[in-house]
Design a protein around this ligand. Structure first.
Ligand SMILES: Nc1ncnc2c1ncn2[C@@H]1O[C@H](COP(=O)(O)OP(=O)(O)OP(=O)(O)O)[C@@H](O)[C@H]1O
Length: 236
C-alpha cells in the first residue's frame, strides 16, 4: 500500500489556464521521491495541488491511511514578527497538539542538531537565510507524519546543515516515512532519492529510478544531471 496516490488531471491558478497536466505519482513507505525540473516547470504547483491549496484543481489525492497526515516544509520561510524561535516552537506544538514531554525532547534534539540552541530566545526574523531555513526544518520535523513534503531544502543550508538534514530524513525513512522533495541539487538527489519525477512545462517528462531515467534518456551510465539535460534538450 502506498502512503499517497496522486493523480492530477489539471491544476493551476486561473480557470481554463492549467499549469499542471496529467501528473500521476505514488509515494510508498520509506520512499524518497525527487521532484525535479527547470525553473517554472511546476514543481511547487504540484506540491500545492497535493495539499489542496490551489483555486483550480482537478485532482485525486488518496492517502493510504485515509486521512491526510503530512508535514510540509516550504522553500520560503514563514516566520512571525515578534515571536522568538522558542515561541514559534511552542505555537506549533499547541497547533499540532504535541504532548509536552515529547515536545521538549524533540525540540532539544532538533535545536542541538541544527546548532540553534543558543539563539532559541531570539527572533528568527533577524536570523540569516540558512538559519531561517533550519527553523522551518525544525518546525516540520516536530511532527512525525507518514509523509514529508519538502520544497527545495538545500538552497541556503551549509554543508553541515545539509548533512544534519539528510540524517533526519534517513531516520524518518527507516521508520517508514515517505518523502516528496523538490530540488535543483541533482547530485545530492541522485545519491539519496529512491526515484525521480522529472517535470517540464507542467507535465511528466520522465519518471522512475536512476536506471529507468537512464534508459529513458538513453544515457546508460549518465548521471542524473546528464540525463536531465539530455531529456530536456530533446524537448527544445
Ligand atoms: N501564484 C501564482 N499565480 C499564477 N501563476 C503562478 C503562481 N505561482 C506560480 N505560477 C506559475 O506557475 C508556473 C509553475 O511555477 P512553479 O512555482 O510551480 O514552478 P517550479 O517548478 O516550482 O519553479 P522553481 O524551480 O523556479 O521554484 C510558472 O509559470 C509560474 O509563473
Amino acid at each position: 500500500m502506498d502512503i499517497v496516490k496522486v493523480n492530477i488531471k489539471t491544476a493551476g491558478y486561473m480557470a481554463n489556464k492549467p499549469i499542471i497536466k496529467n501528473v500521476a505519482l505514488n509515494i510508498g513507505y520509506g520512499e524518497l521521491i525527487g521532484l525535479i525540473g527547470p525553473n517554472g516547470a511546476g514543481k511547487s504547483t504540484i506540491i500545492k495541488a497535493i495539499m489542496g491549496l490551489l483555486p483550480e484543481n482537478d485532482s485525486i489525492v488518496e492517502f493510504g491511511g485515509s486521512y491526510k497526515n503530512y508535514s510540509y516544509i516550504p522553500e520560503q520561510p514563514v516566520l512571525y514578527e515578534g515571536l522568538t524561535l522558542w515561541e514559534h516552537l511552542e505555537f506549533a506544538a499547541s497547533v499540532y497538539e504535541i504532548d509536552q514531554l515529547e515536545f521538549l525532547n524533540k525540540t532539544e534534539g532538533l535545536l542541538k542538531l541544527f546548532r540553534l540552541t543558543h539563539v532559541r530566545h531570539n527572533m528568527p526574523t533577524t536570523f540569516s537565510k540558512g538559519m531561517q531555513q533550519k527553523v522551518m526544518l525544525i518546525l516540520g520535523f516536530l511532527l512525525s507524519p507518514s509523509l514529508y513534503i519538502i520544497d527545495e531544502p538545500f538552497i541556503g543550508l551549509d554543508p553541515i546543515g545539509i548533512k544534519d538534514f539528510l540524517s533526519l530524513i534517513q531516520q524518518a525513512r527507516n521508520q517508514g516515512t515517505g518523502v516528496l522533495m523538490s530540488t535543483h541539487s541533482l547530485d545530492t538527489a541522485e545519491k539519496i532519492c529512491t526515484s525521480f519525477v522529472l517535470i517540464n512545462d507542467g507535465t511528466i517528462l520522465a519518471k522512475g529510478n536512476l536506471q529507468e531515467i537512464r534508459e529513458q534518456s538513453q544515457l546508460i551510465n549518465g548521471s542524473l544531471f546528464d540525463c536531465f539535460i539530455e531529456l530536456l534538450e530533446k524537448t527544445l
